[in-house]
Design a protein around this ligand. Structure first.
Ligand code: AMP
Length: 439
């Protein structure tokens, strides 16, 4: 039986290999946003003297399970873990702080002047439920300061985070909280669970699990009923030890000093075990309160004073850092109608017609490029009309056209794309001619 055209097309489609769920291609058209973000991110890291660090995407699984906390969603449910061919249990990194701290210890960075300031940018992997702004492979840009415990370090880091978003043209607000020490958190958790237990008939199933496993997460449940109950829950700031409370007060004073607007959010606790004292999130400021909360966080971070020691480094090496979700920042740029500057418009479009001309063009193109012009081509297109359409599309100021006749005569056509006027000139005058027109 003859197969219908559509049937054949469907068959073909089903054979095509697709990306994995939650993973996406970032196509050339979107790069304008990514380039803009990367440029601003690099500039800000340079301005504040952060050194770039790149760590492997694949690490030993225990690096994360021991540091982020076994009961956390990231370790329990979301990590890509497998045995490699040598039998090592490895994981695709779900975040980069643990790797940066590992590198700090492995390379003896405690012998450098402290604090050590580093930044990174790259893909992270979490087997999470994909939705808008949440992917299984996503990109983070992050800054870490290791070896500095003063609240001024936290304040400057928060300032840098807000500056970055300001530079990107985004309106954001900072939410901050202090979660004290491991010890005070333990005491607070008992109190929190007791409160939740009293109200358990109205809590969702997830919260029932959280009560046993990760009670701090009770505080940022998105279910309306749970949220209403937790509004009146005991607040972690009331459990702070004196040094943590002082640290938090100092941080707030510093933020006031530099005029960074912030909102105190007593329910902000962050999902990972290694945090202590300062925690913060940067959320879009769209002029309403509905959007606040961890789902919409563009960036998040906090202090992790115990992590270096916990991972085998020197005792008392306080540290603080944050990470921006780059996809989220880009989605927000689109939401707030931020137009990244367009890619530079090429000066010259190089068009050719015929085999001989194409050969000569390949060489001439290099000469024009070496002379410092931003030049583009469409050598893959045979028709002159199609090439000139491309020249128009990219907005090139000038097109140079080389045909069979011109190759024979040793000439080339130079066309002003705005006016449409053109002249034929000796080929050796091309560079001088372009310099004159494009000066
Ligand atoms: P975290 O490492 O969980 O503190 O997250 C820091 C930031 O990374 C968040 O505020 C988000 O902007 C971003 N982020 C975290 N998880 C994802 C994800 N699955 N997809 C996209 N962005 C994410």
């Amino acid at each position: 039986m003859a197969e219908s055209k559509e049937g054949a097309a469907d068959k073909k489609k089903s054979k095509a290999v697709e990306t994995l769920r939650g993973m996406r291609d970032i196509l050339p058209d979107e790069q304008i946003y990514w380039e803009y973000f990367r440029r601003k991110a690099r500039e800000i890291a340079d301005t504040y003297s952060y050194g770039r660090i790149e760590t492997p995407i694949l690490e030993q699984e225990k690096l994360f399970s021991r540091t982020l906390g076994k009961q956390t969603d990231v370790v329990e449910k979301e990590m890509y873990v497998f045995d490699d061919k040598g039998g090592d249990k490895v994981a695709l990194r779900p975040e980069a702080t643990a790797s940066v701290v590992r590198a700090y210890i492995n390379h003896g960075m405690l012998n450098l002047p402290q604090p050590v300031k580093m930044w990174y940018m790259g893909p992270m992997f979490r087997y999470d439920r994909p939705q808008s702004g949440r992917y299984r492979q996503f990109y983070q840009y992050g800054l870490e300061v290791i070896g500095g415990g003063d609240a001024v370090v936290d304040a400057q880091l928060i300032l840098i985070a807000t500056k970055l978003f300001e530079d990107l043209g985004l309106k954001v607000k900072v939410e901050i909280n202090s979660i004290g020490t491991m010890q005070t958190r333990q005491e607070y958790k008992i109190e929190l669970v007791a409160y939740a237990r009293k109200n358990k008939k109205d809590l969702c199933e997830d919260c029932m699990r959280r009560m046993a496993k990760n009670p701090l997460r009770l505080l940022d449940c998105k279910v309306e009923a749970c949220h209403a109950i937790m509004k009146n829950a005991p607040q972690i700031v009331d459990w702070l030890d004196d040094p943590s409370r002082d640290h938090f007060m100092e941080l707030i004073e510093y933020l006031d000093e530099v005029g960074v607007p912030y909102v105190l959010n007593p329910h902000l606790v962050r999902g990972l075990d290694y945090y202590n004292r300062t925690v913060f999130e940067i959320v879009p400021d769209r002029g309403d309160d509905a959007e606040s909360g961890s789902q919409s966080a563009l960036a998040a971070g906090g202090r992790y004073d115990e992590l270096v020691e916990m991972m085998g480094g020197r005792e008392q090496t306080p540290a603080v850092g944050f990470a921006v979700g780059i996809e989220r920042a880009i989605l927000e740029m689109k939401q707030q109608n931020v137009e990244p500057p367009a890619m530079p418009v090429p000066d010259v479009f190089f068009a050719q017609l015929g085999k001989e001309a194409r050969r000569a063009s390949l060489r001439l193109f290099e000469e024009v490029r070496k002379a410092g012009f931003n030049v583009v081509e469409a050598f893959g297109k045979a028709s002159l009309k199609a090439q000139l359409e491309s020249a128009n599309k990219v907005g090139a100021h000038v097109a140079v056209i080389l045909g069979q006749q011109e190759v024979q005569d040793g000439t080339i056509i130079v066309r002003d794309m705005d006016s449409g006027s053109q002249e034929t000139i000796p080929i050796e005058k091309l560079i001088d001619n372009l310099k004159r027109i494009l000066k």
